[in-house]
Design a protein around this ligand. Structure first.
Ligand code: BTN
Length: 278
């Protein structure tokens, strides 16, 4: 029998974050459809305080571009939602935000999460985290209108189990490869305070403070890429607004839409660049 998974450090996170993010609350959900969906629902009903939701299990996890994010066995979770072994770390952080310009937020978030975990993590534009040529984590960013302001929801899913244990034919990366002693609660503690402060820094200063770190971690730079519309080219880094520069046969293209997916040409058609089941 594996050891029971460790407790979540929600009080420690709240103690660190609440002094500078007024009203911050951290909550554990044994099972929920999606931590992003739950925060979006709450925001629409007026619960728009800064909130961290951590899920032991998600039954309808969502990824970017309308994809699903699977983070538990196909079988039903236990009545409490608890798992003997955590297959993924899944959480969302929500807060009201009013930056002058939202451009580049998803890149800033990716940089913050990567920075909190390991210098060797790379970022595949706009914000997938990769290790050793494989996807380790995904980030889903959404916003809801709350009066004149917007409520930002940042959802993070990190693979915690080796591929064999997840039954994947195409391997994804998992956190133990990068940080062998780091379990899901420890990873959460490493990430959340830095993520909250990065979002507040972005609100004040935009993408600029995050650009050098993104450039240092840019997985696609100099690589052949294929866009979701079939256009091929070579990634040439990002511009000051976080747009992906791609040199194509028709000239330089700047990809700004999060609705465009990009994959390294040499990975085609390997599903590992898509959302792997975690
Ligand atoms: C992606 O790789 O496309 C993004 C995946 C984001 C998954 C996380 S898990 C916590 C939060 N809740 C969701 O439903 N999605 C995000």
């Amino acid at each position: 029998m594996p050891d029971a998974p460790g407790p979540w450090p929600l009080d420690a996170i709240a103690a660190e974050v609440a002094p500078w993010l007024t009203g911050f609350r951290a909550e554990l959900l044994p099972s929920i459809d999606s931590t992003n969906s739950e925060l979006m629902r709450r925001a629409r009903t007026g619960c728009d305080g800064p909130t961290l939701l951590v899920a032991e299990a998600q039954t309808a996890g969502r990824g970017r571009l309308g994809r699903t994010w699977v983070s538990q066995d196909a079988g039903a979770p236990s009545p409490t939602g608890a798992q003997a072994v955590r297959r993924a770390l899944t959480f969302s952080l929500g807060l009201a935000l009013a930056p002058r310009d939202w451009t580049g937020l998803s890149l800033a978030v990716g940089v913050s999460v990567a920075r909190s975990l390991h210098p060797d993590l790379q970022i595949k534009w706009p914000n997938d985290l990769w290790f050793d040529g494989r996807k380790l984590a995904g980030i889903l960013i959404e916003t809801a209108s709350i009066g004149a302001r917007r409520y930002l929801v940042v959802g993070v899913g990190i693979n915690m189990l080796a591929p064999a244990a997840r039954g994947l034919s195409v391997p994804a990366a998992w956190l133990g490869e990068v940080l062998p002693q780091c379990d899901a609660p420890q990873a959460l503690l490493r990430i959340v305070p830095g993520l909250a402060s990065a979002i507040l820094l972005f609100e004040l200063q935009g993408l600029a403070p995050f650009l050098p770190d993104f450039q240092a971690r840019d997985l696609l730079r100099g690589r052949g890429v294929v866009l979701s519309d079939g256009v091929t080219g070579t990634a040439q880094g990002i511009d000051s607004g976080g747009g992906l520069l791609v040199h194509t046969p028709a000239g330089m293209k700047t990809i700004t839409s999060a609705e465009v997916s990009v994959r390294p040409a040499d990975d085609a058609p390997n599903p590992a660049w898509r959302n792997p089941p975690s």
